[in-house]
Design a protein around this ligand. Structure first.
Ligand code: SF4
Length: 295
């Protein structure tokens, strides 16, 4: 089986595949531009892309968006990914709103291994203030539906925001009590070049709660305070079929163009080899909202 290294010796084996830039929420920090739905990838394109990435060494795929569950063919997409030779794990990041018990079972039966559910507020008002649509009740019931469908462990993704939800840390952690659920607190990323006043570091949160250090159901994603670019193993495909090598760098390649070539695999390897050593370099301003990249 092939293994893909970039020019800095990092093994690239993880693909974040954005299957749509449509979403049923409008989270304040997402800055998602309106969907260019006419350019979304077809099932046939997703099949070809998955095979190509598996051929060069990708082993794990995470389906993202926008909101992946807004695609009515999401089960076919999961089935395609999971039944592509070389792909060992298929995961998804969703806001949970459309994750009914029936849907969770369908996703599981199609081959989905794991799910992360994004929830940033734990009272209905705060939830609405951040998500600007949807309902907290629906998102929370998505957790139960996923557990019942056997998609455990469930990870809850929470973007930490100063003065918004940093006072609810204990309530988020209480969601993990007595069930196979974990919370991932994610540092707010400066996609717009300037540090956001909402930013609060993991260190500040942990210093205020030393007991958190040993809590086995809590993770911190410290992309700002402790960037993990040296160990980065991922690349992204955007909903309009562009290969994006790094979240914090605007370098992209047209995959539709690549798919037309006989030496597509070689072109893909050459492109991935150019993955930047690190992202969010000084003054970086993204050319896409988070929801148009797939997070
Ligand atoms: S900023 Fe880029 S290189 Fe760094 S961890 Fe994120 S995707 Fe990887």
């Amino acid at each position: 089986m092939n293994c893909m290294n970039d020019n800095f010796g990092r093994i690239i084996n993880y693909l974040r595949l954005s299957v749509t830039d449509r979403c049923n929420l409008d989270c304040s920090y997402c800055k998602r531009a309106a969907s260019k739905s006419q350019t979304l990838m077809t099932l046939d394109e997703i099949q070809k892309i998955t095979r190509l990435f598996a051929e060069i060494g990708i082993r794990k795929i995470r389906l993202t968006g926008g909101e992946p569950l807004t695609r009515t063919d999401i089960c076919e997409i999961i089935y395609i990914c999971k039944n592509t030779e070389g792909i060992r794990e298929v995961a998804m990041t969703t806001n949970g709103i459309l994750l009914s018990p029936e849907k969770a079972k369908e996703l599981r039966n199609a081959g989905l291994d794991r799910v992360n559910i994004s929830i940033d507020g734990l009272d209905p008002g705060k939830y609405k203030q951040i998500a600007r649509a949807g309902s907290l009740t629906a998102a929370l019931s998505g957790i139960n539906a996923s557990l019942a469908a056997g998609l455990a462990p469930i990870k809850i993704n929470t973007v930490l925001m100063r003065g918004v939800n940093d006072g609810d840390i204990e309530r988020f952690i209480a969601l993990t009590d007595d069930r196979d659920v974990r919370v991932r607190f994610i540092e707010y990323m400066p996609m717009g070049g300037k540090a956001e006043e909402s930013y609060i570091s993991a260190e500040e949160v942990i210093n205020a709660r030393p007991w958190l250090k040993n809590h086995d159901k809590v993770e911190f994603i410290c992309s700002v305070s402790q960037p993990f670019c040296n160990q980065c193993n991922r690349v992204r495909v955007t909903a309009d079929c562009k290969l994006r090598l790094c979240l914090g760098n605007n370098l992209e390649f047209d995959l539709r163009e690549m798919l037309l070539r006989d030496n597509a695999a070689e072109l893909l390897r050459n492109a991935i080899a150019q993955k930047p050593q690190r992202g969010f370099c000084d003054g970086f301003v993204t050319n896409r909202g988070m929801g148009n990249i797939g997070g």
